[in-house]
Write a protein that binds this ligand. Structure first.
Ligand code: NAP
Length: 304
């Protein structure tokens, strides 16, 4: 890895990879950094069936295809754990490396929100999982509970039913947030039960493994215990924007505020994908953001 680039992209999810394609194809000296495997949320997603041109594909396969394309026009890919970006567009890595850029694109995405209840953190990897695709096979013929009623919770529940004996979805209201199409599939699946108007209060364990979950009725406050061996919280996401703290470019929830060019109020510092303040968080909108950011950076850097 060198120390000076035209464009440094932080995060190799769909937004970062699309930005890499557009930046490097336009001739920018481009560095794509990630502190994990490339693909972002794609690699934790069972199937993608709403990305144009891709009828249905495993998330990991789409991630690999995007990655091959992202690095095929000369962009460099490197491991990098970014701690800070400053207003001069210097990127500080946790190993002490400092990289100078003419433009920086933050495409760091979001991370899964915790339930923050007793028994959760200590049972991660012992029955509590945030990734059905990664861990689903460990729950063959077991009972599992999924918390949440959004697209993630319902799609990953459908994926889990190929392994589990039974699956209970717990939602705090009496309506799902997920798309109707997915709700219909949930209703039609005989392995899935739904408990409405309950919230999780405690995760129980025996002999170092999850054994159940205590739920509370949001109206009556009565509690009940479900026996289960697996618990998958899918209750939403929080942005990963610690590297931008101090630049005054975040909204109160921590999402990056950008303009129509995906540029923050600091010239040359861009953000794209799930990490920005927006309504629709999808692979297709992330790639859109990444392309726009790189194209604008190209114009700014070259004056063309
Ligand atoms: P989400 O849409 O925000 O849904 C979160 C779910 O968790 C909601 O049902 C919410 O309940 C519930 N919840 C939140 N906090 C809770 C708590 N403390 N206790 C119990 N339940 C709680 O999150 P997501 O499913 O992770 O999706 C995030 C974004 O990615 C969304 O924009 C989504 O559309 C998108 N996405 C799209 C696809 C797709 O298009 N195929 C797939 C996955 C994700 P309430 O409804 O009562 O608030």
């Amino acid at each position: 890895m060198e120390r000076q680039y035209d464009l440094v992209i932080i995060g190799a999810g769909p937004a970062g990879m699309a930005a890499s394609v557009y930046g490097s194809r336009a001739g920018l000296k481009t560095l794509l950094l990630d502190n994990g495997a490339p693909g972002g949320k794609l690699i934790k997603t069972h199937k993608i069936s709403n990305y144009p041109g891709v009828k249905e594909l495993a998330g990991a396969d789409l991630a690999m295809q995007m990655f091959e394309q992202a690095t095929s026009f000369g962009a460099e890919y490197a491991y990098g754990d970014v701690e800070k970006v400053d207003a001069d567009k210097k990127v500080y890595l946790s190993d002490g490396t400092v990289i100078e850029a003419k433009a920086v694109l933050v495409a760091t995405g979001t991370r899964e929100r915790l339930l923050n209840i007793p028994g959760e953190k200590e049972n991660i990897g012992k029955g509590v999982s945030f990734c059905a695709v990664c861990d689903g096979a460990f729950f063959k013929d077991k009972e599992v509970v999924v918390i949440g009623g959004g697209n993630s919770a319902l799609e990953e529940s459908l994926y889990l039913t190929q392994f589990v004996k039974g699956l209970t979805i717990v939602i705090r209201r009496d309506v799902f947030r997920a798309e109707k199409r997915i709700q219909d599939q949930i209703e039609a699946n005989e392995k899935i039960k739904v408990i409405v108007k309950h919230i999780p209060k405690e995760i129980l364990s025996e002999n170092g493994k999850v054994s159940g979950i205590v739920l509370e009725n949001v109206e009556t406050k009565e509690t009940r215990t479900l026996d289960c061996q697996g618990i998958f919280p899918y209750i939403g996401q929080d942005p990963m924007t610690a590297c931008l703290e101090g630049l005054d470019v975040l909204d109160p929830k921590g999402y990056v505020i950008v303009d129509k060019n995906m540029e923050t109020k600091i010239p040359g510092i861009y953000a794209a994908g799930d990490v920005i303040q927006k309504e629709l968080r999808q692979v297709v909108t992330a790639t859109n953001d990444g392309a726009i950011a790189s194209q604008h950076a190209f114009h700014q850097i070259t004056g063309i």
